[in-house]
Design a protein around this ligand. Structure first.
Ligand code: IVH
Length: 681
């Protein structure tokens, strides 16, 4: 074995300290201090030295975070003190009762609480002997857990030794308790990677964290980004561990370089507990990690001791849980919903369940591929997620609970509403009903879209009403809306004379509209509001748009071959032309104003539509962004550089090289005044 020179020893210490410092800043503080390339350089240098002098390798060297050969099974570790659970509160009155119990038991009027997020991860215990990380285990049954030491070693935010912190007087034995989790971003990245490799995606960050930590092959764990947050101490021997408050313990843990959560606080009394709860509930979605509630802990350790435990939970702490965002329920059936453009969407019919603060009976299954990928069968126990305002969805199934009567679902070959053939268009995942407006489901959706707020804005014409109108064959197309009268409307369910009159008034009012709204209201596949705006800016009038050839349509900014084809297809359908004709006959009017946007300068006719502009210098009457938006709204394009393709250069004050280039290429130059004049047309 080679002799180790002093300078090498020193270098190794320096490298390890620098690497671990970076691990700490990056993983625990989320404040990278050096670029990745710099980190890699330090790491490689250390690796090389250790290869040359293997006797230098210590268990706390950063090179030991890569995982080891697979284990046959996890060995069991008995916790020095049991890992207990927490009592739960769901409602404010339960929190009130908790605070009251605490005050009564302590004989005080007011209690100080340390409040923290309740992480939705896995409880873990880390054991440090003489400052070195020696073992780590899962909670297990609270008394005996599984030894996951080599997996935990790979987690960069877990210190391998306590010597890197500023605290020198560390305990000879320290058991740190906390939670392992996967940050939302890391979860998204992992699932993205899984789907790229055609592997099954993880249901949620918690499952991904559990799956990653409980790997017998720690080299796999090393490829997953896991995070640790410390929230307490199990046992400790020696050292200057604070014995006054839980909040001081947290600061102490932070000083030893354990990651502790920023979103913790100290509050007084029950009202402040609830304020913290509501604050956390509000920011929950924006937090980088998943939480399922908050934890209230009596802050004074003496008071904690006095309060003690009941069965397996402390009397000094409680978890105040948020309404669950994920629950398990039974999938009763799968139905098909037909959308406006005929897309068939499988919808799960569920045994009613309270989730995310509401009762849910339906959830989307997106499409056939999703059903296959998630291995969903009718009769399965499914995990339903409802978070914030998003549509409830099925994130996965509980395979262990699959009943013997579970059956597979297949997408139908025919539209369940109108019986027309349902096909996959090109390489699209979704199946579509080919019935068009013959299909009553598409009819209803089309009319609903036509009258929606951002389209023709017919107030009061909701889905229930449209359903009746279509089912009774009173309305077949959007044009039929303009033939309605209140005498017909009052014959419908839940329709009083007053409401009928209001609807008639709203229908009448909708006749005066804009081209943009009208184009959008038609519901041409792939033509949303933005596209409608672009089209409005480009064409001089609706007729010109309706008769435009595909090549012309593709010249409109942001319109590619798919959208252009979709427009051409729409107008080549006789039914659609007929509906438009009826709508015009019914008296729908719009401002076709854009056609006038042409000015004459020195015998040149200048227009915006279809032209490329370059802006240079600063303007007195409008900002660059304004100018750009106005040009684009009127169907023009703005580019950065002057080239032969530029049609006009608008020149403001202090115009620079672009102005010279425009003169050189003999491009028409417009002053700000010309430009304003053009816009005002
Ligand atoms: S303190 C004596 N603090 O909740 C109990 N636990 O039901 C000590 N948990 O599985 C636990 N966030 O992993 C505590 N800030 C937090 C927590 C937390 C999540 C988990 C813990 C345990 C469960 C207790």
């Amino acid at each position: 074995m080679s002799e180790i020179p002093d300078h090498i020893l020193q270098r190794v210490h320096k490298l390890r300290a620098a690497i671990e410092q970076h691990n700490y800043s990056y993983s625990a503080l989320d404040l990278p201090t050096i670029p990745d390339s710099e980190y890699d350089k330090l790491y490689c240098e250390l690796q090389k030295i250790e290869q040359h002098y293997p006797q230098l390798v210590t268990p706390d060297s950063p090179t030991q975070r890569v995982g080891i050969a697979p284990l046959k099974e996890f060995t069991r570790i008995t916790h020095r003190t049991p890992m207990l659970s927490l009592g739960n509160a769901f409602e404010a009155n339960e929190v009130d009762a908790f605070d009251q119990r605490v005050r009564e038991c302590l004989g005080v009027g007011n209690v100080e609480y340390a409040v923290e997020p309740k992480f939705d991860g896995l409880a873990i215990s880390l054991c440090y002997e003489n400052g070195l990380f020696v073992s780590g285990s899962t909670r297990g049954d609270g008394y005996i857990g599984e030894d996951v030491t080599s997996n935990l070693r790979t987690i960069r935010s877990i210190p391998l030794s306590l010597r890197t912190g500023k605290y020198r007087n560390y305990p000879t034995l320290l058991e740190v308790r906390g939670e392992i989790l996967m940050l939302k971003v890391d979860f998204e990245k992992l699932n993205w990677d899984q789907s790229k490799r055609e592997r099954k995606k993880f249901i949620n960050p918690r499952n991904a964290a559990a799956g990653s930590l409980r790997q017998l092959d720690s080299r796999i764990t090393a490829t997953r980004r896991l995070t640790f947050f410390a929230y307490g101490i199990g046992v400790h021997v020696d050292g200057t561990v604070p014995n006054d408050r839980h909040s001081s313990v947290m600061e102490y843990l932070a000083s030893l370089h354990f990651p502790v959560v920023k979103e913790r606080s100290i509050v007084n009394g029950v009202n402040e507990l609830l304020t913290y709860y509501h604050k956390m509930e509000k920011i929950r979605e924006r937090l980088p990690y998943d939480i399922d509630g908050v934890v209230y802990k009596v802050n004074e350790l003496m008071q904690q001791e006095k309060l003690g435990f009941i069965s397996r939970a402390p009397r000094f702490a409680i978890a105040h849980k948020f309404p669950a965002q994920e629950v398990i329920t039974e999938l009763l059936d799968i139905n098909i919903q037909v959308g406006r453009t005929g897309v068939l969407t499988p919808v799960a019919r569920l045994s009613p369940v309270f989730v995310g603060g509401a009762t849910v009976t339906n959830a989307t299954l997106h499409n056939e591929d999703e059903i296959i990928r998630k291995d969903v069968m009718i009769g399965d126990s499914v995990i339903v997620r409802r978070a914030g305002d998003v549509i409830p969805e099925i994130v996965g199934i509980v395979i262990e609970r699959r009943p013997s009567h579970a059956r597979r679902f297949t997408m139908p070959d025919y539209c369940p509403v109108c019986g027309s053939k349902a096909v996959r268009m090109g390489n699209k995942i979704a199946k579509r009903c080919t019935g068009g407006l013959f299909c009553s489901a598409q009819k209803k959706q089309a009319i609903l879209h036509f009258s929606s707020r951002r389209a023709m804005n017919i107030e009061g014409l909701g889905d229930k009403l449209i359903e009746q109108l279509v089912d009774k064959s009173i309305v077949e197309t959007p044009a039929d809306l303009y033939r309605l009268d209140s005498a017909v409307l009052v014959t419908l369910e839940r329709m009083a004379k007053k409401s009928a009159d209001n609807i008639m008034e709203a229908i009448e009012k909708s006749k005066k509209t804009t081209v943009k709204r009208f184009i959008y209201a038609l519901g041409i596949p792939n033509v949303g509001e933005t596209t409608a705006k672009r089209l409005t800016g480009y064409f001089n009038n609706f007729n010109q748009f309706m008769n435009a050839e595909i090549e012309i349509l593709q010249q409109v900014p942001d319109i590619g071959p798919t959208v252009a084809q979709s427009i051409v297809d729409f107008f080549s359908e006789d039914n659609n032309i007929e509906v438009i004709k009826h709508l015009c006959e019914a008296g729908i009017k719009w401002d076709d104003g854009i056609s006038k946007r042409v000015i004459e300068i020195n015998n040149n006719y200048i227009s915006i539509s279809g032209k490329t502009f370059v802006l240079t210098g600063s303007f007195l009457n409008l900002t660059r962004e304004d100018a750009k938006e106005k040009i684009e709204n009127a169907g023009g394009k703005v580019s950065e550089n002057v080239s032969k393709k530029t049609d006009y250069v608008v020149v403001g004050i202090d115009a620079g090289n672009k102005y010279n280039k425009a003169i050189e290429l003999e491009i028409t130059i417009l002053s700000e005044i010309d430009f304003l004049h053009l816009l005002a047309q």
